[in-house]
Ligand binder design. Structure first.
Ligand SMILES: Nc1nc2c(ncn2[C@@H]2O[C@H](COP(=O)(O)OP(=O)(O)OP(=O)(O)O)[C@@H](O)[C@H]2O)c(=O)[nH]1
Length: 414
């Protein structure tokens, strides 16, 4: 065995002479399936500068990260004193949120998602919910607005099912009933449907021919997957290798696009599957990424760039914020809680939160535990999972991750 430094994780292969290496992150990086990739990844460059508390997934053969369902950890209910302690930093009440518009976005991965844009009573930023799968709908989006026409409803995305040229009504069930229950109404009927709404909209109708959207998240899918993601222009748009934000966003999208679990997808199951159903054709398990406009842990891009200069002068990411007279982390999560409630994800069943950040787990639950985090899925850096074959690598990201563990107490183990 090679002579690793005492603190090195044996999961990493140290390199003799690390050298700068461009990070591959083209559009194809967002591919959700990596199964057909040739094994020609660059040699691992991550140096064993620090040891994560554990190196999860190291038992996966060849650093595979294609587990069909993400591994999660049950989260126990907070004790009364923990809640009391936690509430001191929570807003006493949740902000008001309203989903203003929603649109279908086909993605480069082949999956599609619905982008929801929210306004709120706490700031003037456009926070987003990126919804995967057909089972999550916004109550404030679906609610009727005074004087709006059916066309208005469809333009702001408050429709059920799929838009198609000539469609003139937002609710498929209503179109079917009024046109004599044919699955696709006649053109003459459709042309008469553009007046103002005559009847108050009913709750979202149940699924029809795989096209309509059922507003209730099916019990058998378990707690829905949720990621609360903070904006990072540098890591998500301009290829920064100072942090792992870009790959975390990609990974959350990948997990939410995996096929929903079936009995036969469970290892050891003897239930036969319809072989004609390719995994890519199965409905995804879905979930939502709440994308908060909290650039730079809430200090904004200008201040974050100053913080980067301080980091190049030798400070870590927390010290840099403090030297700039900001808190180490200036974020809060009341908006995320309110958006989750609007998306119908509050209540007993709870959510499965993709995060390493203990503060998020606590804070997203809201002042009165409106949302319950019942499971946590750790977001393990790809470089750790793949032995350095994939993911963000370099001295800067290593230091960033080390500070997350040591100072922000992020939990990278399962
Ligand atoms: N101020 C500052 N913000 C940073 C820096 N690097 C990344 N960020 C911001 O940090 C936020 C992401 O926070 P992280 O600490 O990476 O992760 P997290 O969201 O707390 O936790 P996870 O849910 O586990 O990802 C984004 O808003 C980034 O823009 C930095 O060096 N300085």
């Amino acid at each position: 065995m090679q002579a690793y430094p005492a603190h090195a994780s044996p999961a990493y292969t140290p390199v003799a002479s690390p050298r700068p290496q461009p990070r591959e992150r083209s559009v194809s990086y967002l591919k959700l399936s990596h199964e057909d990739e040739p094994n020609n990844a660059p040699p691992p460059l991550i140096s064993p500068a620090f040891t994560p508390p554990q190196t999860p997934f190291q038992d996966d053969a060849a650093g595979q990260r294609h587990d069909r369902q993400p591994r999660s950890i049950p989260v126990s209910s907070p004790t009364a004193s923990e809640r009391e302690h936690g509430q001191s930093t929570l807003l006493p009440e949740l902000p008001h949120v309203e989903c203003q518009v929603r649109a279908r976005i086909p993605t480069t991965t082949g999956q599609q998602m619905f982008l929801h844009l929210y306004h709120n009573s706490a700031d003037n930023k456009e926070h987003l919910a990126i919804v995967f799968g057909p089972n999550i709908r916004s109550k404030s989006l679906d609610a009727p607005r005074p004087g709006e026409t059916e066309r208005d409803r469809m333009i702001r995305g408050a429709y059920v099912g799929t838009l198609f040229p000539g469609r003139t009504h937002s609710r498929v069930e209503q179109i079917r009933q009024e046109s004599g229950a044919s699955t696709r109404p006649s053109a003459s009927y459709l042309s008469n449907l553009n007046g103002p709404s005559q009847t108050p909209p009913s709750p979202a109708p149940s699924a029809e021919a795989g096209q309509d959207i059922d507003s209730s998240y099916p019990e058998e899918l378990g707690p829905p997957m949720v990621r609360i993601h903070s904006e990072c222009y540098t890591g998500e748009t301009v290829w920064s290798a100072r942090c792992d934000c870009g790959e975390q966003l990609d990974e959350a999208a990948r997990l939410m696009s995996l096929p929903a679990p079936t009995p036969a997808s469970t290892p050891g199951s003897e239930v036969s599957v319809d072989q004609s159903l390719q995994p890519s054709k199965l409905p995804s398990c879905g979930g939502v990424i709440i994308y908060l406009r909290q650039e730079g842990r809430g200090i904004g891009l200008k201040e974050k760039l100053k913080a980067y200069n301080l980091q190049d002068l030798g400070h870590d990411t927390m010290e840099a914020n403090i030297l700039l007279r900001h808190p180490g982390d200036a974020r809060s999560y009341g908006l995320a809680t309110a958006m989750l409630l609007d998306l119908g994800l509050g209540g007993e069943r709870g959510i499965k939160l993709l995060t390493n950040n203990p503060e998020k787990v606590r804070a997203v639950e809201g002042p009165n535990r409106e949302v319950r985090v019942v499971e946590r899925v750790p977001m393990i850096p790809l470089a750790w999972k793949t032995g350095g074959k994939e993911g963000v690598q370099g001295a800067e990201v290593e230091k960033y991750l080390a500070t997350k563990i040591e100072k922000f107490k992020h939990m990278f183990s399962s």
